[in-house]
Write a protein of this length. Structure first.
Length: 671
């Protein structure tokens, strides 16, 4: 063994020990930080078979990433190519310590197929990197995080790939005739590289020198990349896979329930990074800062200070800034020095950021690594309201109305059934064996526009011969608005009143016409002991039409587009039923530019219906402009809040276009 090879082996050992040692030290610190936070999280290691499928489809299949084209395909090329290079790079590292080592001696057939695939896939990485650079230099989408960090990663990756091909190209020139493994058959791209640069014309010494230069560039870049990753925004290379595999498997979700009766609890909600849970921290690590959430966010689109991407980045930076305090307090019963609040004078996370959210879930829906942004936003709101009494002043009257009359407008709770005074609709107290409980909701009971929708719904039910009843004065606000506004105490008070009533009657099914009622009754009331089948009126009407229980007398022949309610669509995956109803009515179906799971919020969710919108432009105006430009004759909705917000938005834009709930359209069509 020559002196150079001995020196190379010793140097390689030192580099590997140092590089991997520093990498694992940094990763260990990140892991300790995950363990140092004190929040709790539900079990995420269940349903292993489904999580393996998530690994295959979402991670290896890159299904979430490829939802946005062509950037998704560019990322996929980089992902597979970079992965394909790593086994060969590991072999090169081992060969640096043990010069005679080679996988080709153990499994030449499999090894040859692998090298061929790696050689081709590595070359395709360059196309992906070229597009990534093109986006940053020329397209420059506002939502995309760019800068030294991002471009350094592109450079790192490009050097790894180019040096990989040159190592292989020189390897071809150094292979001796009769060698047990035919490198030329495997290294197709690298052989072309050798021909392009005429490496075969070099002297033997020059070939050896070229190989060693390419080799060291490749190895040093990989080790540098390895050490760099844990402290960069590309930490997601380590965290994205476990974060995706451990994601919530159901697309529906409930807000986190806080035990407000826990007398030992000192804090409620999320006030500092120390109150995060380990899954929140993994979310922060996994963020790629790709900006897809910001692109879809209605608040960000209308120049509000909220960017979901920036919120995650700001919480992550706060976590890292206070890491020493958290690690010092880890395992202690009480904190010697508590972390600073998330919302403070010097923090970019301001009250305006937190209260701009409409809870539409566009950010969570589009995120390629399944970050749960609302778990941060809504828990911070909860802390601000319950612990700091810090919320928009207009909510004070709303909270008072909810507390005193159990509706946000403050109408007398005794008048909750006045909307149907002349319709001969029984109360559950008089007809407890009813086939269906119609939970009307606050909008249907008190809001003038909502009452028209409730009336139409009741008429359609009667035409179909559905046996139903309502709670009337026994019904309370469902608690959605108070919960999303952070007032968990008030929300739980109203929820428990409803739960007591529901458990008294034990309805067979519950019908709602409001997606907010539907969502909380279906997904969050089980947290409080009320588990009942819940159906939205679009689901029920669709079934009644298909069963022939509703006769269409007067079809709707105008061009109609359906606006997807966030709480019906992204929160509960109800997209097809409303469209099937419109088709059954003979309507000419149209789709708005932003529809289905990419639909745009009306601006009313997250308690924004009862807050002033003074920052940026109005969200309902943004959506109304798109609707006005669509050329449709009528806009169909399936939510009383969407109906009001979009009707107001179109009126403000002087657009003469009716906005009708599907219940109203169906009521007219069935005579």
């Amino acid at each position: 063994m020559s002196g150079y090879l001995v020196t190379k082996s010793v140097l390689m050992i030192l580099l590997l020990v140092g590089g991997f040692g520093l990498f694992f030290w940094r990763v260990r610190r990140l892991y300790r930080l995950m363990r140092a936070v004190r929040g709790t999280v539900e079990q995420r290691f269940d349903r292993l078979r489904e999580r393996v499928m998530v690994l295959l489809t979402d991670v290896l299949g890159q299904s979430n990433v490829r939802r946005k084209q062509p950037a998704g395909w560019a990322h996929t090329l980089i992902f597979f190519g970079f992965l394909a290079v790593q086994p060969h790079s590991l072999e090169l590292m081992i060969r640096g310590v043990f010069p005679g080592f080679g996988f080709e001696y153990w499994m030449p057939g499999i090894y040859g197929v692998y090298l061929f695939a790696a050689d081709v896939l590595a070359f395709l990485v360059l196309f992906g990197l070229a597009y990534a650079l093109y986006r940053r230099l020329f397209v420059k989408p506002a939502y995309l995080t760019d800068g030294r960090d991002a471009r350094l990663i592109i450079l790192f990756t490009a050097v790894v790939i180019v040096s990989f091909h040159f190592v292989n190209a020189f390897q071809l020139q150094l292979s001796t005739p009769g060698h047990a493994f035919n490198y030329a058959a495997a290294f197709t791209v690298s052989e072309a590289t050798a021909r392009l640069f005429s490496l075969n014309t070099l002297s033997a010494a020059a070939r050896h020198t070229g190989y060693e230069i390419a080799y060291w560039i490749h190895i040093l870049t990989i080790l540098g990349f390895l050490v760099y990753i844990p402290g960069s925004k590309h930490l997601h290379l380590l965290a994205a896979v476990p974060n995706v595999v451990l994601k919530p498997l159901e697309k529906t979700k409930a807000m986190i329930k806080t035990d407000i009766e826990d007398e030992t609890a000192e804090r409620f909600g999320l006030g500092s990074v120390g109150e995060l849970n380990w899954k929140n921290v993994l979310d922060l690590y996994a963020c790629t800062e790709c900006g897809r959430c910001e692109e879809q966010c209605p608040a960000s689109t209308t120049e509000k200070p909220l960017s979901p991407k920036k919120l995650v980045a700001d919480v992550k930076h706060d976590l890292f800034d206070q890491a020493d305090v958290l690690l010092a307090n880890a395992g202690k019963a009480s904190e010697a020095a508590a972390p600073q609040p998330l919302v403070r004078e010097t923090s970019p996370i301001t009250s305006d950021v937190i209260w701009s959210c409409t809870s539409c879930r566009a950010c969570e829906n589009i995120c390629p690594v399944n970050i749960q942004h609302l778990d941060l936003l809504l828990e911070i709101r909860k802390q601000r309201v319950l612990m700091e009494a810090d919320f928009p002043p207009e909510l004070q009257e709303t909270f008072t109305n909810l507390e005193n009359q159990s509706n946000p407008w403050g109408f007398s709770a005794d008048t909750r059934a006045d909307w149907c005074r002349d319709m001969d609709i029984p109360l559950m107290s008089d007809h407890p064996e009813a086939e269906l409980l119609y939970f009307v909701g606050c909008a249907g009971s008190f809001d003038d526009r909502g009452k028209k929708i409730a009336t139409a719904t009741a008429r359609v039910l009667k035409k179909a011969g559905v046996d139903f009843a309502i709670l009337g004065p026994e019904e309370r606000c469902n608690g959605d608005m108070a919960r999303r506004a952070g007032n968990e105490y008030l929300a739980q008070m109203m929820i428990m009143e409803n739960v007591e009533t529901l458990n008294q009657y034990k309805p067979r099914r519950i019908l709602t016409g409001c997606p907010h009622c539907y969502n909380i009754l279906k997904n969050e009331y089980p947290q409080f002991g009320a588990v009942y089948p819940v159906v939205h009126h679009t689901q029920l009407f669709d079934r009644l039409i298909r069963k022939g229980r509703l006769k269409i007398n007067n079809g709707h022949t105008n061009a109609v587009a359906y606006h997807d309610s966030c709480y019906l669509g992204r929160w509960n995956q109800i997209y097809d039923e409303p469209r099937r109803i419109l088709t059954a009515l003979g309507a000419v179906p149209r789709e708005l530019n932003r529809q289905h799971d990419l639909g745009f919020c009306c601006g009313a969710g997250g308690a924004r219906m009862f807050m002033e919108e003074t920052l940026g432009s109005r969200i309902n105006h943004e959506r109304a402009r798109e609707i006005k430009a669509s050329g449709i004759g009528c806009l169909a909705t399936a939510c009383p809040f969407c109906t009001t917000m979009l009707g107001d938005g179109l009126t403000d834009l002087n657009a003469d276009m009716p906005v009708r709930d599907i219940a109203e359209i169906l009521d007219e069509a069935t005579g």
